[in-house]
Design a protein around this ligand. Structure first.
Ligand code: NAD
Length: 400
């Protein structure tokens, strides 16, 4: 027992506390959204592996699969429970809440907490699938990490968020003072580009896919879906043409190779899903993205087109990869869930507003209030119907 009143401790794009009851409410709300979209016939058995399952898109994918199709899931993540001295990570509380919801649905949820980049965790996942699920029908690959240890060489790679070639001169928002500031970021060194590709590119996806295939734990016609992002021209220098964009190009190339392999071996697919910009712990760390997101949200909300990760992942299953669906692909063979974000009228409005953005004009040209709230909600704060004055148990009952 470790009951305490939990308050947010935020510095920039980091919050060092998390509220278990707020995290649980977030998960319940996402579950309701997915349940409301449940199709009439659900398959007899549907089994989904989610790598990076505790926050952001992976968590939403896991919730969507279970609430849409009563899917049995195995979630892999890197999180920590609370103890007598500090709160746990949001992903741990999210997983505890998801576990309870899955139990209430009467479907098994399995969890592995550890480094998904390691051979040990891959082997543990394969052993677990063999023993409990037999095989999996879908794999969602949704890792976001600043570091990766190569399991073969032991080399530790770091990913950076920098432009390539030219310095990035643009604007960003200083998250603590809430001021729009000019930013200048020096271009990455070749080693930094290489490190970013080794962490966020397709090396690990390839290792996972080959290991799962070789172990025979991918069902016939199984589908593997890694996530990517493209985004607008205003973020190109820091995103798509920068170090993270190089990594995304790499994983997209690897996915095309794996697609050919899976088609030949099991009649399966490996397909990139390009998702929209959303507030997650990973995206908060990228310069310019929170500012861009505030403007984008304001525009999409006015059109009634704003989506959270759960809406995107419900669409991924119900329109593209779920039972009975066939994916619609772009010219590069990718699923596009960023269609509303990238619509020409939406982007034209982003381009119109961007040069006009200052600290003073932000309340009119963007919705930074929603960004801030969304960021706090990632940690379980500012969630409706949570009594933040009441002490809460910070050690989650779930043990993984
Ligand atoms: P996130 O930070 O919310 O989630 C990352 C997940 O990875 C967590 O579950 C975390 O526990 C897990 N993880 C990290 N390192 C791990 C490790 N070593 N071992 C096991 N688990 C580990 O991130 P997100 O924003 O949901 O990003 C997921 C994917 O979606 C990324 O590929 C990202 O590029 C992509 N994407 C994100 C956005 C966006 O706007 N956030 C948009 C499009 C695509």
């Amino acid at each position: 027992m470790a009951e305490t009143v939990v308050t947010p401790r935020i510095r920039g794009f980091i919050c060092t506390t998390a509220h278990p009851a707020g995290c649980a409410k977030n998960v319940e709300r996402q579950a309701e959204i997915a349940r409301a979209a449940r199709p009439s016939g659900v398959p007899d058995r549907y089994r989904v592996l989610v790598i990076g399952a505790s926050t952001g898109y992976g968590l939403a994918g896991r919730i969507a699969a279970t609430m849409l199709y009563r899917a049995e899931t195995l979630g892999i993540f890197f999180e920590r429970n609370g103890d007598a001295t500090k709160t746990g990570s949001p992903g741990y509380y999210n997983t505890a809440a998801f576990d309870a919801l899955a139990k209430a649905e009467g479907v098994p949820a399995h969890h592995i907490n550890g480094d998904a980049f390691s051979t040990e965790i891959k082997n543990a996942a394969i052993a677990h699938i063999r023993e409990t699920m037999g095989q999996v029908d879908v794999v969602i690959y949704s890792l976001a990490s600043p570091r990766r240890t190569d399991p073969v060489t032991g080399e530790v790679y770091s990913s950076v968020l920098k432009p390539i070639g030219e310095p990035y001169i643009g604007k960003s928002i200083e998250l603590t003072r809430e001021e729009i500031i000019p930013v200048e970021i020096a271009p990455a060194t070749p080693e930094e580009v290489e490190g970013s590709v080794r962490v966020m590119g397709g090396d690990d996806l390839k290792l996972w896919t080959e290991a799962l295939l070789e172990a025979g734990v991918l069902a016939k016609r199984a589908c593997i879906v890694p996530l990517s992002y493209i985004g607008p021209e205003v973020t190109y220098p820091i995103y798509r043409s920068g170090t993270i964009g190089k990594a995304k190009e790499h994983i997209e190339g690897v996915t095309r190779e794996l697609d050919a392999l899976l088609q030949a071996e099991i009649g399966g697919r490996a397909l990139i899903s390009v998702n929209k910009a959303v507030v997650t712990q990973a995206s908060a760390a990228i310069p310019t993205i929170p500012l861009y997101f505030s403007v984008l949200t304001d525009i999409l909300q006015a059109k009634g087109l704003e989506e959270e990760p759960i809406h995107q992942m419900v669409r991924l299953f119900t329109e593209h990869i779920g039972p009975g669906q066939s994916p619609t692909l772009d010219a590069e063979g990718r699923i596009r869930l960023d269609d509303h974000e990238m619509a020409p009228d939406v982007q034209a409005e982003v381009v119109r507003r961007w040069p006009l953005l200052t600290t003073e004009t932000l309340p009119e040209l963007g919705n930074f209030e929603d960004y801030k709230r969304g960021f706090r909600q990632l940690f379980g704060f500012e969630v409706d119907d949570v009594d933040y004055d009441a002490p809460v148990e910070v050690i989650a009952a779930l043990e993984v």
